[in-house]
Design a protein around this ligand. Structure first.
Ligand code: NAD
Ligand code: ZN
Length: 385
C-alpha cells in the first residue's frame, strides 16, 4: 500500500510499504478515509527530533473498519470510526482516570503512545491506505452512518479535543476573558472552544493574517499580530487589566520576529518568542494557564541546539509572584471526543471552517512544505489516501 514516509529533514515521500495485519485479538484494521497533517508532525518534519527515516506519519486518523480481531466486541466491518491520536490500553491507572494521553502500558518508559510519532511507541501512522488500531473497542469512536460532517469529524482525532483541553487546563469559566497564543489549527480550536464555552472576550495572537482572520470571523476573537509590536502591550491597551485565563498553542518552535528567518528557537528569557513568558505577563494574578503547545525534555545526549530545547528561560518568579496555576501536556482525546462528536451531530459545533485543503496522498510532500511555511490560507490539510 502507499504511505507517507519520513526521509529526513524537510523531506517526506509517498512509498510502497507493507499492509498492516491484525496482530492481536483486540486489533482492528481500518481503511483510512482521511488522515490530517498536524503541527506536531512538523517537529519531526523539520528535523528537530530524533525521528529516524522510515517512520510512516499520521496520528489524526479516520476510516472504515475493514478487519476485526476475534476479541473485539463493539465494532464490525463497515463501521465509520475516528481514532484518538493517543494509543491507550483502557485499563492502566491513568486510563482508568481518563488520562489516556499518559497510558503506561502502550509505550513503557515514556508518557503515552501515539500513531506515527517518534518516541510514542511502535504504532505506524495513518497517512497510508490502511492502519492497525490496537485496543480497538477502547480507542475507536463510532460515527453516524453516511458521509455527513466529514471535515468536522476528522478534527476529533486531535485538534478539536486538544483545543478544548487547553481551555480545561486553563479552567476557563463562562464570562471570563482568555488569550490564546498561536492561531494554528490548535489555537483556533482553543479559541473556538472558548467561544462555545461562553468566554466574554477572546484574544488570539499570531502573525499569519489568514489565520487571524479565521479567529476573528469564526471564534469572535480580537486578532493580535505580534509583528506589529509586543502582544502583551497590545492586549493591555485594549483590555486594561490582566486577562483571566491563557492558552499556549505555539510550543517550543515559537518564532522570534526580531530574528532572521523563522522557526528559530531562542531560549533567551527576554525573547518575544518566549510564549510562556508572554502568557505569564498577559494573564492576571491568580489566573490559570493551559499549555498544549509541545515542549520536549532536555536531552544532554542530543546535538547542542536540540539539547537546550527543554530548558526554557521561564520567569518562574513572575509566575510565583502572580500566584498563577498552570496545566500542561498531551490531550486525553477520549475524555472529550464523544461529547464533541455529539455537538457536531446536533449542529452546535462546526469546526470545519479550519479545513483548507483535501488532497490525495501523492500531494502530501507539497502540502507538508506549504503547511510548514505557514503559507497564507493553508490552515488544515486532510490527506485522502
Ligand atoms: P502550528 O505549528 O502551525 O501553529 C503554531 C502557530 O503559532 C502558527 O500559526 C505560528 O505562526 C504561531 N506562532 C509562532 N510563533 C509565535 C509567537 N512567538 N507568538 C504567537 N504565535 C506564534 O500548528 P498547530 O497544529 O496549531 O500546532 C501548535 C502546537 O500544538 C504544536 O507545538 C503542536 O505540536 C502542539 N500540539 C499539541 C497537542 C497536545 O496534545 N498537547 C496536540 C496537537 C498539537
Ligand atoms: Zn495532531
Amino acid at each position: 500500500m502507499r504511505a507517507v514516509v519520513y526521509q529526513g529533514a524537510h523531506d517526506v515521500a509517498v512509498e510502497d510499504v507493507d499492509e498492516p495485519e491484525l496482530e492481536h485479538p483486540n486489533d482492528i484494521v481500518i481503511d483510512i478515509t482521511t488522515s490530517c497533517i498536524c503541527g506536531s508532525d512538523l517537529h519531526m518534519y523539520e528535523g528537530r527530533t530524533a525521528a529516524e527515516p522510515g517512520i510512516v506519519f499520521g496520528h489524526e486518523n479516520m476510516g472504515i473498519v475493514e478487519e476485526v480481531g476475534e476479541g473485539v466486541d463493539t465494532l464490525e466491518a463497515g463501521d465509520r470510526v475516528v481514532l484518538p491520536f493517543n494509543v491507550a490500553c483502557g485499563h492502566c491507572r491513568n486510563c482508568e482516570n481518563g488520562k489516556t494521553g499518559f497510558c503506561t502500558n502502550v509505550n513503557p518508559g515514556f508518557a503515552g503512545g501515539a500513531y506515527g510519532y517518534v518516541a510514542m511507541g511502535p504504532y505506524k501512522g495513518g497517512q497510508a491506505e490502511k492502519l492497525r488500531v490496537p485496543y480497538a473497542d477502547f480507542n475507536a469512536l463510532k460515527l453516524p452512518e453516511g458521509g455527513s460532517n466529514e471535515d468536522s469529524f476528522a478534527l476529533l482525532a486531535d485538534i478539536f479535543p486538544t483545543g478544548w483541553h487547553a481551555t480545561r487546563l486553563a479552567d476557563l469559566q463562562p464570562g471570563e476573558s482568555v488569550v490564546v497564543y498561536g492561531a494554528g489549527p490548535v489555537g483556533l480550536m482553543a479559541a473556538y472552544s472558548a467561544k462555545i464555552q461562553g468566554a466574554s472576550e477572546i484574544y488570539v495572537v499570531d502573525r499569519v493574517p489568514s489565520r487571524l482572520d479565521l479567529a476573528r470571523d469564526h471564534c469572535d476573537a480580537t486578532p493580535i499580530n505580534f509583528e506589529e509590536g509586543d502582544p502583551v502591550e497590545q492586549i493591555k491597551e485594549i483590555h486594561g487589566s490582566g486577562v483571566d485565563k491563557g492558552v499556549d498553542a505555539v510550543g517550543y518552535q515559537a518564532v522570534d520576529p526580531d530574528k532572521e528567518g523563522d522557526g528559530a528557537y531562542d531560549p533567551a528569557r527576554e525573547s518575544p518568542a518566549n510564549v510562556l513568558n508572554n502568557l505569564i505577563r498577559t494573564v492576571r494574578p491568580t489566573g490559570q494557564l493551559g499549555i498544549v503547545g509541545l515542549y520536549v525534555p532536555e536531552d544532554p545526549g542530543a546535538p547542542d541546539d536540540m539539547a537546550a530545547q527543554g530548558r526554557l528561560g521561564i520567569d518562574f518568579g513572575l509566575l510565583f509572584e502572580k500566584g498563577q496555576k498552570l496545566g500542561t501536556g498531551q490531550c486525553d482525546v477520549k475524555s472529550y471526543n464523544r461529547q464533541l462528536r455529539d455537538l457536531i451531530i446536533e449542529g452546535r459545533a462546526d469546526p470545519s471552517f479550519l479545513v483548507s485543503h483535501r488532497v490525495g496522498l501523492d500531494e502530501a510532500p507539497e502540502m507538508y512544505e506549504r503547511f510548514d511555511d505557514r503559507e497564507e490560507g493553508v490552515t488544515k490539510v486532510l490527506l485522502e489516501p
